[in-house]
Design a protein. Structure first.
Lengths: 281, 164
């Protein structure tokens, strides 16, 4: 069974820490949050190869991120793509994502953290596949847990979540005969490759990541498993460029465009509001 | 008035420079802070405060925790004149009260480095080690209790536990 062999190989990489990138994962989010009172912008591009034909599904996901306090972060995201009739690039929907860090055990150069997250999104695109994806393809919601372990230059993370697809807008109903519920998981590993020694915030950081992304539809037992290696550059310790490739390893469900490139730019703005004087002697 | 002149802080829970910069920016944003110098490789920060400002160690801790991390070590430098310290006893320096642990009785003058040993300023094991050197209840909470001479019932004032 090839997919399970590949899964085992990837898991081995993750366990031995040889797979690489730190915890600013490209396909998943770590349990850590952005700093309190900071904000960030993120532009994610997906260039996915259509399973039927040679076309490309292009998605653009702009996100506004905000950390109201040390434990909570919120993203507002928009979904645009060229999937509509005539391949016109159009606005398809929007989503809200929130993550709450509820456990931290930190040491010098290490931490173990856990967080709960949820997302609700709308989408007005046609429903053309069995796989469920609330960020970008389906209206619906998701809720899950993530646990992240940082061990000096290596980070490992496990994410598990429930997803429920509802009818897409503009008359694109979710087919009644198809399962609308999915259980998804991500196993992520990252390693800081460069710099070898930190001297300045202006040094370019290079992280290598490997992530495994899977989905299971409990009603039918269908599933897919993808592998997604990526490379990440961090500039001036506050801008991020991610380039990743997602490749299906195994699937027995119908998917419109499972394989393709991800290119993301992110910029973090610290201290958007000033800290208050809340501590007294 | 005596005040904290500078601080050396080590943070825990991070490796990367983006995390380190979050702490740097959080410290820099504190109104009392004049300069921050970061040693990214060791997650350490040297902070110098504005003359005349009065900052509490808890404000530094809150800045680090708001950035998403924790304090692993904090040394503060205070300027004192004829400050008589005794083991397991309090003195006031500036607006804050400090409880000295594991020290010899002595009179301090000039710039003195104090190491915080309160909960969440050192790893749990280190806090526990200093806890064995005092029987006072205020060590566990960081707030004055019936053990403290300045304790007023119903008005629990912060007391920082330090060693030299």
């Amino acid at each position: 069974m090839l997919p399970y062999k590949a899964m085992f190989a990837a898991l081995l990489c993750i366990i031995t820490g040889r797979a690489a990138g730190q915890e600013l994962f490209v396909y998943s989010e770590p349990a850590s949050n952005m700093p309190a009172r900071s904000t960030g912008i993120r532009l994610t591009n997906w260039l996915m190869n259509q399973a039927s034909g040679n076309g490309t599904d292009y998605h653009l996901i702009p996100e506004l991120m905000w950390g109201p306090n040390r434990n909570l972060m919120v993203h507002a995201e928009g979904f645009l793509s060229n999937r509509s009739a005539g391949n016109a690039f159009a606005w398809e929907g929007a989503g809200l994502y929130a993550k709450y860090r509820f456990f931290s055990r930190d040491g010098v150069f290490r931490h173990f953290r856990m967080a709960a997250f949820g997302r609700a999104a709308t989408n007005n695109g046609a429903i053309v596949q069995e796989a469920i994806q609330v960020n970008g393809l389906n209206s619906g919601y998701q809720a899950g847990l993530v646990a992240t372990q940082l061990l000096h230059k290596t980070a490992l993370s496990v994410t598990g979540y429930y997803e429920r697809a509802t009818d897409n807008r503009q008359g694109h109903e979710f087919p009644a005969a198809r399962p609308g519920e999915a259980l998804s998981y991500m196993l992520s590993a990252g390693h800081l490759m460069l710099p070898k020694v930190y001297k300045s915030y202006n040094q370019v950081n290079l992280n290598l990541m490997a992530e495994m992304i899977g989905q299971w539809l409990p009603a039918t037992g269908q599933q897919y498993i993808d592998i997604a290696p990526s490379v990440q550059f961090i500039f001036r310790s506050q801008a991020r460029l991610d380039v990743g490739y997602r490749q299906e390893l195994y699937s027995n469900m119908q998917r419109a465009a499972p394989n393709g490139l991800l290119v993301r730019f992110e910029y973090l703005i610290f201290n958007i509001t000033r800290p208050g004087h809340t501590v007294t002697n | 008035m005596a005040q904290i002149k500078s601080a050396h802080l080590v943070a825990s829970g991070l490796t990367c420079s983006m995390c380190s910069k979050a702490i740097y920016k959080a410290l820099e944003a504190l109104p009392a802070v004049m300069t921050v110098e970061a040693d990214i490789e060791h997650s350490a920060y040297d902070v110098v405060f504005k003359p005349g400002s009065d900052i509490a160690p808890d404000e530094l801790k809150k800045a680090v925790e708001d950035a998403g991390f924790f304090v692993a070590a904090l040394d503060i430098t205070v300027t004192v004149s004829n400050a008589a310290v005794a083991n397991d006893a309090h003195i006031n320096i500036g607006a804050a009260t400090y409880h000295f642990i594991d020290v010899k009785g002595q009179t301090l003058n000039g710039d003195v480095k104090l190491t915080l040993v309160d909960k969440n300023y050192v790893p749990a094991g280190v806090h526990k080690k200093y806890g064995r050197k005092t029987s006072m209840k205020c060590f566990a909470t960081g707030y004055m209790d019936s053990c403290c001479p300045q304790h007023e019932k119903g008005n629990n004032k912060r007391v920082y536990h330090v060693t030299i």
